[in-house]
Design a protein around this ligand. Structure first.
Ligand SMILES: Nc1ncnc2c1ncn2[C@@H]1O[C@H](COP(=O)(O)OP(=O)(O)OP(=O)(O)O)[C@@H](O)[C@H]1O
Ligand SMILES: [Mg+2]
Length: 249
């Protein structure tokens, strides 16, 4: 248990008779990126939503840093260190990029309801927000409204919001989707840097990114984990080749 920051056991969710996730057991070690791959509709996003707490699972348990969080709400889970799921909707479109980051920093420190004027004068807060914008290569666009950012830049901003929360674990659902090559490379380097502080459970369809980043890979198919191993082990696994036929592993 000691080397595991996140420990998921037998997590299951059915919609009527359809088992979307079926007794999923998966863990996340300190200092690692664990990629979750699988075909469309396999249950990846649902699993992340169950960990975040936005979808209630039927059975199973979730332990974060030796604490049982199975019965906590999504808000309680976010407070103790589960990064929010990757959804463009958590961005406030009419706010600038930097104000979105500032809000996330305030959320982390429970100061969301400070007067706006005093927030604006908080140099330390804005300086921390700028550091995050620099990490995600959005510093030049800090004053642009989120609604005017390109799709790729909004994905970067989402990662920035997660960074601002300084969570115990990151759960990223297709963070590279819509990024160009530069954006993808930036994200790969960023993830390598941040994983020692907060390990990452990563859903990603970009296999080059997965193979460049993952310490371990788990493959999910029809709601079940069918293999877990290192990148090399997964590449050589025949069952995985079957599941991924067409993906050219
Ligand atoms: N609220 C829901 N009600 C009924 N079925 C659902 C619900 N949410 C998801 N599903 C179904 O569960 C299955 C798994 O969905 P999920 O979004 O977890 O897949 P995924 O692995 O993330 O796929 P993708 O790679 O396309 O993002 C799909 O068949 C989906 O239609
Ligand atoms: Mg999905």
């Amino acid at each position: 248990m000691k080397n595991k920051i996140l420990n998921i056991k037998n997590l299951s969710k059915s919609y009527d008779a359809f088992k979307v996730t079926d007794k999923i057991t998966i863990d996340l070690h300190f200092d690692e990126i664990h990629a979750l791959i699988g075909p469309n509709g396999a249950g990846k996003s649902t699993l992340i939503k169950q960990i975040v707490g936005s979808v209630k699972h039927d059975i199973g348990s979730i332990i974060l840093d030796q604490e049982d969080i199975t019965d906590l709400t999504d808000v309680e889970r976010a407070k103790i260190g589960i990064s929010r799921t990757f959804q463009v909707s958590s961005i406030i479109p009419q706010f600038s990029a930097i104000d979105n980051i500032v809000l996330s920093l305030l959320d982390k420190s429970n100061k969301t309801f400070q007067l706006f004027k005093s927030i604006r004068n908080n140099k330390e807060l804005y300086s921390n927000a700028k550091k995050i914008l620099k990490e995600i290569e959005l510093l030049e666009k800090s004053e642009i409204s989120a609604s005017d950012l390109s799709h790729g830049d909004r994905r970067k901003l989402e990662v920035g919001l997660a960074l601002a929360m300084d969570p115990k674990v990151f759960l990223f659902d297709e963070p590279m989707a819509g990024l160009d090559e530069n954006g993808t490379n930036m994200m790969i380097n960023l993830f390598k840097k941040i994983k020692s502080n907060s390990p990452i459970l990563l859903i990603e369809h970009d296999m080059d990114a997965v193979f460049a980043l993952a310490d371990r890979v788990s493959v999910i198919n029809y709601g079940k984990i069918v293999a877990t191993g290192t990148v090399n082990e997964i590449r050589q696994n025949e069952l995985v080749r079957d599941v991924y036929l067409g993906y050219e592993i």
